[in-house]
Design a protein around this ligand. Structure first.
Ligand SMILES: C[S@@+](CC[C@H](N)C(=O)[O-])C[C@H]1O[C@@H](n2cnc3c(N)ncnc32)[C@H](O)[C@@H]1O
Length: 218
């Protein structure tokens, strides 16, 4: 990474330490970095210097940790219209990188559900390092927990699993969508059709954003 981008990452880190970073300042700094350097820039800001390793707790059939690219997350924020009033839930949140980024870009509170204890530990360290980061990691199986996150308004799935677990998560989300409109953002994950989910806009490459229709009038 170029020296100027390293310096801007360090500047954002210092603002974060003093709880002085706003979504506008953060977005301007991030988008001033060329797309090919944004992932390294974010890792420097958050102090995440290596790819986290997976542990034995990852159940068979569940997908190992792989961070969602920054530019995909920028598209999610735009397509899903994430606002400061939203609660963004990362279903299979790894070390909390995606949740932290969405919070920093938008001001939305973020919740991460992650099954691997070591990754949750790293997420908790991240959340504890900066009191301004409104991010709460929860440890457990997303198939069990997602339907209980009734505060959530935007649910993000970067292909954590498919099959029966995904069906169970969708059942939980349907129950939430009966009480509040929600959006569901999927990367590299085709969802089985559900009559209460419709596209926000046509799928774009690896990204699909849905909204719930259960509370639509008439
Ligand atoms: C492809 S990674 C995505 C990580 C994160 N969302 C991001 O974009 O940086 C999938 C994550 O889902 C987690 N995961 C897989 N199965 C899970 C489950 N049943 N419950 C909770 N987390 C799970 C994995 O441990 C892994 O961290």
């Amino acid at each position: 990474m170029e020296e100027t981008h390293r310096e801007s990452a360090e500047w954002i880190r210092s603002l974060l330490s003093n709880a002085q970073v706003t979504p506008a300042v953060f977005r301007t700094a991030l988008t001033s970095v060329p797309p090919s350097e944004r992932d390294a820039w974010l890792d420097q800001v958050l102090g995440l210097d290596s790819l986290a390793e997976d542990g034995p707790e990852l159940p068979t059939g569940c997908v190992p940790y792989l961070p969602c690219p920054v530019d995909v997350l920028l598209r999610i924020v735009e397509c899903a219209g994430v606002q400061a009033s939203d609660v963004f839930v990362d279903v299979g949140s790894g070390v909390g990188r995606a949740a932290a980024l969405v919070h920093l870009l938008t001001g939305a509170s973020a919740i991460g559900i992650e099954i691997q204890p070591a990754l949750v530990h790293t997420s908790r360290e991240l959340a504890a390092r900066w009191s301004a980061l409104r991010f709460s990691p929860i440890q457990g199986d997303a198939a069990v927990l997602t339907g209980h996150i009734t505060l959530g308004s935007i649910f993000f799935l970067y292909c954590p699993f498919s099959g029966e677990r995904l069906e169970t998560v969708l059942d939980g989300l349907e129950a939430i969508a009966r009480t509040r409109p929600i959006r569901v953002c999927c990367v590299d994950l085709p969802l089985p059709p559900r009559p209460w989910l419709t596209f926000v806009s046509p799928p774009s490459g690896d990204l699909t954003v849905y909204r719930s229709t259960l509370l639509d009038p008439g």
